[in-house]
Design a protein around this ligand. Sequence first.
Ligand SMILES: Cc1cc2nc3c(=O)[nH]c(=O)nc-3n(C[C@H](O)[C@H](O)[C@H](O)COP(=O)(O)O)c2cc1C
Length: 358
Amino acid sequence: MPTPFDAVTFTRGPAMSNRLMLAPLTNQQSHADGTLSDEEHHWLTLRAQGGFGLTMTCAAHVQAVGQGFAGQLGIFGDQHLAGLTRLATDLVATGTVAYVQLHHAGNRAPAALVGTDPVCPSDDPDTGARALTTAETEQVVADFVAAAGRAQRAGFHGVELHGAHGYLICQFLSADLNRRTDRYGGSLDNRSRLLFEIVDGIRAECGDDLAVAVRLSPERFGMQIDEVCEVYGRLVDCGKVDLIDMSLWDVDRRAGDDAHHDRTLTEVFSELPRGTVRLGVAGKIHDPSDVQRVLDHDVDVAVLGRVAILHHDYPRHLGEPGFVPRRPPVDRGVLAAEGLSPAFIEYMAGNFTGFVSA
Ligand SMILES: Cc1cc2nc3c(=O)[nH]c(=O)nc-3n(C[C@H](O)[C@H](O)[C@H](O)COP(=O)(O)O)c2cc1C
């Protein structure tokens, strides 16, 4: 089995120099109009300098109405290009592989933030979101593709489609939320059409120079493990995707599904055929032994979230004998020294109980 320090090659785009990827981490550090701030630039370039083989940005919204968080990075217009270019240039200069995560919050966009009703595959009384028309759905595809083109022009090596956590792509996949009767609803083929049209559109627009990753989560938000396995297989078969990033929240958790209950989520997905597509998994990978354990389960890339907030240079420490990563709660001074701005620290304190000490 590989060690964390072995390189990973991809069908498209440069190889990672090690098997550690910075997870996409929303941090509310961008300007209100979605342009890059110095704080966001600092937080990410510090992780790239710290040795992550792949540095993923936070979720960046591809339409104004798809904004999920205040202070979110935007990629929905050319006004974002200058900041994205600065970020890509400085990330790439460190030797990391650099991707932007492309996102649309759908019904999870707060109406007060986007200034209009949020949108969803079908009317959603719980959130007040309204159904997208077929033409608007086609526009969503076009806007994901345009955002990928912008990422490519900015100099990123790849993009990741955020198909996880109940956001718009996931809402389309969900038989609960998607009750459409046009070609984007009904069968799994139809519910996954949005995702595959985006992948096809990016390949047509960006050629083979841009790597494409897809992030999926197998549970909650109407996801059924078997359906997610089927989508995974079709992403592999389409030959247009380079990395599948499974957001598991706990890589050791047993699948809560009858058909798979005796296996962990990591095992379920790492045992599926994937050809030359690379597999990353995220969820409570903390200690060096956790990293090695997922690699031993034939996963290609360990995706690190909270521990990468705690150690900007986790990859550099990983090889040190006796390295014991910090555990939360940590105080604000530690997080500031790790490159988090006050806005990001408050986001962690408000949304991740027990992460920041009082
Ligand atoms: C502060 C924070 C922000 C996050 N933002 C995103 C995001 O923008 N996009 C996404 O796909 N996942 C996001 N996640 C999920 C992480 O990418 C990751 O999958 C999750 O935290 C589990 O990994 P960990 O246990 O190593 O933190 C976020 C998680 C945290 C803690």
